[in-house]
Design a protein around this ligand. Structure first.
Ligand code: IVH
Length: 699
């Protein structure tokens, strides 16, 4: 993203759409270079910045989220943590149909292509499950590799995670399976399981997922398969990739075979004939949709005869023999009962529509986003109005329009609050960017003095990725906050050593000796904390986990970090330049740090917290190892450890890990499948090691 990109808030819809389209193309091109050529042309940080920009735009304009958005496609979520897997045959996508006419034309085209005249074509009509596709390679009936779709050609090796799914057999049942077969299907999460997962996350103060698909994706892409195992993910098989021998003559037979091998297949699949059959199957599935217990977003029609599928072949990246008939976005009417202002951790105040609960596509919707004041004014949304709510797949429910004919006579235009709903009632001003552009964001300027923001800060502070204080979930935190026991982070650690205060907990319902002891122990367990977690937990805008890690490694210890931040707040040029020099740090981070540490109140809170803690120094690069100071590039698949692990190990030994090979590279570690990087290394005459040689070198 060029430095000069206008702030997201300053863009209108047309500009956002144009930029989202461009970003989708750029990111797809980068994915291709990364996966296919193994020769990225931008750094991971720059790639992430493009993705962040895409996500920011999508957050601001949720209705512009594309179905193939980089934020939704697995390819965009590439990660160094999983080794690449080249699919035996590519995982393709499907063309879409949106109407009866499209479905009828699909049938007509097939008949034209195959010159079938008046013959009637048989199809399967399968629910289009809204999850994530996965490919499972079985060799001699044994699951050997499980992968994400990735860019369709190269996915990520998530075998360990997929193995934890009870509906994925480790060994194929029955007989008749090819010696080598890639079974394909969809990993998904049912509605009940999704609701339970979110309820648990909420209780623990963790982030909740917007929908089952995101939850399935998040659950599957865990570095620790133990986490995946704890999530009740399910799997439907519906297709196959590479096969060493044919195993069926029709799609219906193939589905029966997959079921016999131990896979779940969708019971709603129908075998239908001709265009009438296609339309009837669509109507039938649409009627069943609210009762299925899992999300589907359409029907997939597939030509049943596999010899015909072969003859029909493919157009670019989709088969001619199949098409996805999509359901329209679900809409429903309901009453807008109130508009509440929500204050986020950083003070951004956003309007939320409170709706009379209504079922939209099988999901009860009670809240919808109203984005910002401009949006409310544009739609002239009034309390008491009947509104049309829409829920499309992944997107948060939206208010599409107001049904003016049903507007109560006394409905008044919504008076947008001029002040924050918090007790400080700070005046809400439109935020302007560093370049002076007015944005649609309104912010409470109360910072830590605003109880709403303080609560959000505290929630962030105890969250899993920050201090991760077990037994101090959002519920307890809110109670402690209301009682004045915990007003700022340091109070949490004071509480653990305040026997009198702890004793008062005992009087309270639900707090027995054991829970008090446990709470105390879990707080004490976090009194010693890594510097990066400490930095992340402060909740400075734009300083996420990875930036926090960069800062921790860069400054080394908490004293140096805080002294540097004070100087940044004073706009000391040298300190600002030093900060700017770090990877991932740009103007936004510098401004946010200066603003945060420029507040006396924040500085006091940080000092009080620090006084309670033992903040560990970040790991210093080692200087006394065989690879200290060397620049290393990993390429191809690693077999003994994940990329992430290899990278972390190399870095802990003082090596610098780079993503592209150049004259500055000292060592290239090449595994199977290494491509252009290996070639470049040979041309440059660099040291190339196998994974085993590398492991021997680092001991
Ligand atoms: S068949 C070559 N069948 O939809 C055809 N796909 O838009 C391969 N999907 O990537 C796909 N349910 O993730 C097929 N019954 C079904 C499906 C299905 C869901 C997903 C799948 C695929 C996407 C294509």
């Amino acid at each position: 993203m060029p430095e000069a990109a206008p702030p997201v808030e300053a863009l209108d819809e047309a500009a956002a759409l144009a930029e989202l389209t461009r970003l989708a193309d750029d990111l797809a091109a980068h994915d291709l270079r990364y996966y296919q050529d193994q020769a990225p042309t931008i750094s991971d940080a720059d790639y992430d910045a493009l993705k962040r920009r895409n996500n920011d735009l999508e957050t601001r304009f949720p209705h512009l989220v594309r179905e193939n958005s980089p934020s939704l496609t697995v390819g965009a979520k590439r990660s160094e943590s999983f080794a690449p897997v080249v699919h035996g045959t590519p995982m393709l996508s499907l063309d879409n149909a949106f109407s009866d006419e499209d479905a009828i034309e699909f049938d007509a085209k097939i008949k034209r292509f195959l010159r079938l005249g008046d013959a009637v074509v048989t199809y399967t009509a399968e629910p289009k499950i809204d999850g994530l596709s996965a490919s499972l390679l079985y060799v001699d009936g044994v699951l050997t590799t499980g992968a994400t779709r990735g860019d369709g050609r190269v996915g990520e090796d998530i075998t360990a995670n997929l193995r934890t799914l009870s509906e994925i057999p480790h060994r194929l049942a029955g007989s008749g399976w090819p010696k080598r077969v890639e079974v394909r299907g969809e990993v998904y999460l049912g509605h009940t399981e999704f609701a339970a997962l979110n309820a648990a996350a909420e209780a623990a103060g963790d982030k909740t997922y917007a929908n089952p698909r995101n939850a399935a994706s998040g659950s599957l892409r865990q570095i620790d398969p133990g986490i995946t195992a704890a999530r009740p993910l399910r799997f439907f098989a519906y297709a196959w990739g590479e096969i060493s021998a044919p195993f069926a003559e029709t799609q219906s037979e193939a589905l029966t075979a997959l079921a016999a091998w131990g896979f779940a297949v969708t019971p709603q699949t129908a075998t239908v004939h001709g265009p009438e059959g296609l339309l009837a199957a669509y109507a039938a599935l649409e009627a069943q949709r609210p009762h299925l217990g899992f999300d589907i977003d359409g029907v997939v029609y597939k030509v049943d005869r596999l010899d015909w599928q072969d003859r029909l072949g493919f157009v670019s990246r989709s088969p001619r023999w199949a098409i996805a008939r999509k359901f329209p976005a679900e809409q429903a009417r309901t009453i807008l009962e109130a508009i509440d202002m929500q204050v986020g951790r950083t003070g951004a105040v956003t309007p939320v529509a409170r709706l009379r609960p209504v079922t939209v596509g099988g999901v009860v919707v009670e809240n919808a986003t109203l984005h910002n004041a401009d949006e409310i004014a544009r739609k002239d949304v009034r309390i008491g109005d009947t509104v049309v709510v829409q829920r499309a797949g992944d997107v948060i429910p939206q208010i599409v329009e107001v049904v003016l004919a049903e507007r109560p006579a006394d409905a008044e235009p919504f008076a947008y609050p001029t002040h924050c709903p918090c007790p400080l009632s700070t005046p809400l001003a439109r935020e302007t960017t560093t370049a002076g552009v007015e944005t649609v964001v309104r912010r409470c300027t109360g910072e830590f003095a605003c109880p709403f923001q303080r609560i959000e800060h505290l929630k962030h502070f105890v969250s899993r990725r920050a201090f991760d204080i077990e037994g101090l979930g959002v519920k307890q935190l809110l109670a402690f906050f209301d009682e004045g026991v915990i007003k700022e982070p340091a109070d949490i650690f004071r509480l653990a050593r305040d026997e009198a205060a702890l004793a008062t907990l005992l009087d309270r319902q639900g707090y027995g000796e054991t829970s008090v002891r446990n709470l105390k122990a879990s707080i004490e367990a976090r009194r010693t904390i890594a510097l990066d977690r400490f930095i992340f937990a402060l909740g400075v805008r734009h300083i996420g986990e990875s930036t926090a890690l960069v800062l921790a490694r860069g400054y080394g210890d908490v004293e140096t970090f805080l002294a540097a931040m004070d100087r940044v707040a004073e706009r000391d040029e040298e300190a600002m330049a030093e900060l700017d020099n770090f990877d991932q740090v740009g103007k936004a981070v510098i401004e946010a740090a200066a603003a945060y540490f420029g507040e006396d109140h924040n500085r006091r809170i940080v000092q009080a917290l620090k006084a309670q803690l033992m903040v560990l120094d970040a790991e210093r690069p080692k200087t006394d190892t065989a690879v200290a100071g060397k620049t290393v590039v990993f390429t191809g698949a690693l077999e003994r450890m994940t990329r992430d692990e290899a990278k972390a190990r190399a870095e802990s030994l003082g090596a610098k890990v780079a993503s592209s090979v150049s004259k500055k590279t000292d060592i290239v570690v090449a595994g199977p499948g290494a491509g252009s990087k290996l070639k470049t290394a040979a041309e440059l005459g660099l040291t190339v090691l196998t994974e085993d040689e590398w492991l021997a070198l680092i001991g």
